[in-house]
Design a protein around this ligand. Structure first.
Ligand SMILES: CC(C)(COP(=O)(O)OP(=O)(O)OC[C@H]1O[C@@H](n2cnc3c(N)ncnc32)[C@H](O)[C@@H]1OP(=O)(O)O)[C@@H](O)C(=O)NCCC(=O)NCCS
Length: 201
């Protein structure tokens, strides 16, 4: 059996994949504008009918850019982006310690968004694994993520081995929205399993 590279710190940084050779890498301060643009675009397409129109229409790329610039200034290591050949960003996600330790998972994936025209090509999977690798590197062996209950993205998390842990309202766009919490109790095992499947054994 061939050896599998499972070093969590380095496994995904700079990894290229897909016919268009997208790259998953840690974000830089200069990515804030592209991240803000993708966030507004994907919120509007994903949450139409789930969040009030006034919330979605009221979003501003400028405000989101400023907010991401603030996060990146302090924690750029916790943000990963998918970058197409030529430099266009196609998706992003961020992570860190679980915001409510009562749930028993060490880490949390706070956001994960892939541009609508780039969805379904494997970028979400690679971004999620990069965030898991980052969490492991920071000492978190388990993680969870909140997803709006009506969002079909929860099937993506199930596909990636997430187990439905609980339901509860979360604040989103300034209001409480019914959400599902998915958990992974062993991030290293997820990364190893995906690495083996990528290597074809
Ligand atoms: C959810 C999201 C991050 C997934 O990323 P993606 O790049 O589209 O997904 P991938 O191509 O990596 O899919 C990985 C696997 O999950 C499956 N999958 C992806 N989305 C799915 C869905 N909505 N329902 C069922 N399966 C899904 C894919 O078919 C693929 O399966 P495979 O292992 O058989 O190949 C992306 O679609 C997205 O940003 N959606 C809109 C925003 C959103 O809802 N974000 C999550 C907020 S919590």
């Amino acid at each position: 059996m061939a050896a599998v590279e499972t070093s969590p710190a380095s496994y995904y940084d700079g990894a290229a994949m897909g016919s268009e050779m997208s790259v998953i890498r840690q974000a830089k301060l200069g990515d804030a504008r592209a991240i803000g643009r993708i966030e507004v675009e994907t919120w509007r397409s994903t949450y139409a009918g789930m969040l009030p129109d006034r919330v979605l229409l009221g979003m501003s790329e400028q405000r989101q850019t400023a907010s991401w610039a603030g996060f990146l200034r302090h924690r750029s290591g916790d943000v990963y982006v998918a970058e197409a050949e030529g430099g266009k960003l196609l998706g992003f996600g961020n992570c860190g310690p679980q915001r409510d330790p009562a749930f028993g998972f060490g880490g949390e994936v706070y956001t994960l968004y892939v541009s609508t025209d780039a969805q379904g090509a494997g970028l979400g999977r690679h971004l999620l694994l990069a965030l898991f690798a980052r969490l492991l590197h920071c000492g978190h062996r388990s993680a969870m993520i909140w997803v709006v209950r009506a969002n079909p993205a929860r099937f993506f998390y199930e596909r990636l081995g997430g187990k439905l842990a609980l339901h509860r309202p979360i604040p989103l766009g300034g209001q409480a929205v019914d959400a599902a919490g998915y958990g992974w109790s062993d991030l290293r095992a997820v990364i190893e399993r995906e690495a083996r499947s990528r290597a074809g054994f």
